[in-house]
Design a protein. Structure first.
Ligand code: HEM
Length: 499
């Protein structure tokens, strides 16, 4: 290879960075020419640099690393990455805020997203989690309204506490998540000191068709730590990219963050008797009832080489799964299985799985998915483009890999139970306030934390103009704990007077 020189995107040498081709007139002025491909291409590409940002979870940090299995979990799942202690699987991680746009401050109070791609030897597995174990809704149809109420008002283009609280008063099942959000957990000290949770119930499955229900927990080895409101506001002003910088610099210095990964495991028969609906994402499973079992550790040890290629073009979806893991009947999870690939096709294009950051490291052979915009492999050449062709005989996974155990019918009695449980509950019951009340007591064990949580809600709530709506918010928190509702009223009124 000779010496490197600049070219245009199709190889034509790039003449210079200082002169567009012009016809000079006598008075020294110049006329730009259409023949100046260099100028046209340079401007045209610049105008097209942006792709749509994610409609939620736009601002994020990302890194690569390893998941290491700490146990042989073949008693509960056939997933190969979990079937040998010490087995390592490469990982891509993207940690985000939810509502604010890509230029926003990292430490803005918000739920934080945790999207992880495990490049396993049986294909990619995406874990698309949050830093809270519950969620605001249990019916997926509410998701767009939830997010719009947290984002900008259509007229003022400002975040709007009136919309925010109006939504939550009308959808009180989110009270458990609201308490998490307005507690110190809404402002983690760093991404390295943050936990993450599947929230949803998933299934760990075995080749014989049997399965366990699981919830996945990812806990930082540093211990979860948070900022106060005052600290988070100060950091947001001084360094809006604080989390990104902290994670990047820690990894550059070799100070690799580590998390321990656990599952809570529940038998289907136990699910039928459990006090809580396991498909309702506003509820947790008590650790006393279902203790944590460690399955692995996660170490992030490599920064992206290029943020856009590695992180912005990454596409995560709960539907990206491997044998041994399956979705439960949680309706929010079921909706998500559709929403993410749909979003990726819009945001990145139909062949987004071919982008290097999304491509599986395990062998991929799907010649029945052909063509489409921006295809850039050899498109399976002349291979048959339909499944089961005798022209190029190809086996199915069960024939090659599994022990061939006969699968049990999935239409068991348990499936009938699921059918009955997942008739959806818009109805709010007293039970919906039991776990939030317990969380409020847990917050109370940390000196000053209840007062800080009330203060965090009050400074947000004071932006609500309607006295009636404010009263409805106090009433909502009173249902968790009478004193909490009353203290919130006092704190909000004091904040209104002093503002
Ligand atoms: C009905 C409920 C939900 C819907 C329809 C939904 C939809 C979406 C969409 C469309 C995106 C943007 C994807 C992209 O452009 O690549 C997204 C991102 C994300 N969502 Fe959800 N979501 C839902 C609930 C949840 C829940 C319950 C969690 C956590 C347990 C969650 C975690 C995330 C994360 C972490 C991301 C960022 C992914 C990334 O880093 O690329 N979402 N969601």
């Amino acid at each position: 290879m000779g010496e490197r020189y600049y070219t245009l995107s199709e190889g034509c040498p790039y003449a210079s960075n200082s002169t567009s081709v012009q016809v000079r007139n006598r008075s020294g002025g110049g006329l730009a020419l259409l023949q100046d491909t260099q100028l046209i291409e340079t401007l045209a590409h610049f105008s097209r640099e942006r792709i749509p940002e994610r409609v939620v979870h736009a601002k994020a940090a990302g890194a690569y690393g390893e998941f290491e299995a700490t146990d042989d979990c073949s008693d509960i799942t056939s997933a190969s990455f979990l079937n040998k202690a010490g087995k390592e699987t490469p990982v891509l991680l993207r940690v985000s805020t939810v509502g604010p746009e890509t230029g926003s401050a990292d430490t803005a109070r918000d739920v934080h997203g945790w999207a992880m791609k495990l490049y396993t030897d049986e294909g990619n597995l995406d874990w698309v989690f949050n830093n809270t174990p519950v969620f605001f809704i249990r019916d997926p149809i509410k998701f767009p309204s939830l997010n719009r109420s947290h984002k900008r008002h259509p007229r003022t283009h400002l975040p709007d506490p009136n919309m925010f609280w109006d939504f939550h008063v009308g959808n009180p099942e989110g009270i458990h998540e609201l308490l998490h959000l307005f507690s110190d957990r809404g402002t983690p000290r760093s991404l390295r000191e943050m936990n993450a949770y599947s929230g949803h119930t998933y299934k760990f499955t075995k080749e014989d068709g049997s399965f366990k229900y699981v919830k996945i927990h990812i806990r930082t080895a540093l211990g979860a730590k948070n900022m106060t409101r005052e600290e988070s506001i100060k950091v947001a002003g001084e360094n809006p990219d604080f989390y990104i910088q902290d994670l990047f610099e820690a990894i550059e210095k070799g100070n690799y963050p580590v998390w321990n990964v656990y599952v809570q495991v529940m038998d289907p028969a136990e699910a039928e008797k459990y006090r809580w609906n396991i498909f309702d994402m506003t509820k947790i499973w008590s650790h006393k009832d279902f203790p944590l079992r460690q399955i692995g550790t996660l170490t992030m040890n490599r920064n992206p080489q290029n943020y856009f290629a590695d992180i912005e073009q990454a596409a995560f979806s709960p539907s990206t799964m491997v044998p041994g893991i399956a979705a439960s009947a949680d309706p929010v999870l079921q909706a998500r299985l559709f929403a993410y690939p749909d979003a990726a096709r819009y945001r990145l294009g139909v062949n987004y799985q071919q982008l290097p950051t999304n491509a599986a490291k395990a062998p991929v052979y799907c010649p029945f998915q052909r063509d489409g915009k921006m295809r850039y492999d050899n498109n399976y050449g002349s291979d048959p483009n339909y499944v089961g062709s005798s022209l190029k005989p190809t086996k199915f996974y069960q024939e090659v890999k599994t022990s061939g155990t006969k699968r049990l019918s999935l239409l068991t009695e348990h499936e009938k139970w699921i059918g009955e449980v997942v008739t959806f509950q818009t109805h709010i019951a007293d039970d919906d306030f039991v776990q939030p009340a317990a969380l409020w007591d847990v917050i109370g064990r940390d000196p000053g934390h209840q007062e800080r949580t009330i203060g965090n809600i009050a400074v947000h709530l004071k932006g609500v103009q309607s006295v009636q709506l404010r009263n409805e918010v106090y009433a909502l928190f009173r249902k968790v704990n009478t004193k909490l509702g009353e203290d919130l009223r006092k704190a909000t009124e004091a904040a209104l007077v002093s503002s």
